[in-house]
Design a protein around this ligand. Structure first.
Ligand SMILES: [Zn+2]
Length: 161
């Protein structure tokens, strides 16, 4: 799927705002994209485009949301976002292109929770200096494991009522 960043107007004021590509996980596909856009809008993030990613190999739609958002401050985009709709609740994780992930425990963007020394005393000094991309991949894999255990393999049917 090709994402284009094209506002309806090409006004000069548009240039002052910055667009960011995002990925959203932990949201079942039965949740409308409009709902997610609304939730982001509540915190001051304007969603320009939102949809689901497609696997490049088999062309099948995935449950990973992809979007383009616009905001003045990248920190307005939350790392996690609670949602509740029709009796279902969850915590979406939002990945922003070019932004490091925040440690769940202490909030730092310099490491992930497995390397956090804020509360625990074990210092994993041997594993330092991995690239950001590597860290992101690692964390996303951990998150996907969390999805599978949390949501019962994510098998949400059409009959969510
Ligand atoms: Zn930490």
């Amino acid at each position: 799927m090709e994402i284009e960043v094209k506002g309806k107007r090409a006004a000069v004021t548009e240039l002052q705002k910055v667009t960011h590509r995002i990925r959203i996980v932990h949201v079942p596909t039965c949740i409308p994209n409009e709902f997610l856009a609304f939730k982001l809008n509540e915190v001051g993030v304007v969603v320009k485009q939102i949809g689901y990613d497609y696997n490049r190999n088999d062309g099948l739609m995935s449950n990973v949301g992809v979007g383009v958002v616009e905001c003045k401050d990248i920190d307005r985009i939350p790392d996690t976002m609670f949602w509740r709709l029709d009796g279902m609740t969850g915590r979406a994780l939002i990945f922003v292109q070019g932004r490091s992930l925040r440690c769940y425990r202490c909030g730092s963007r310099l490491h992930k929770v497995a390397q956090c020394t804020a509360l625990r005393s074990y210092a994993n000094a041997s594993r330092r200096g991995g690239g950001d991309q590597q860290e992101m991949d690692d964390l996303e894999t951990e998150d996907l494991h969390m999805i599978l255990s949390d949501l019962g393999k994510g098998t949400f049917g059409e009959s969510a009522a």
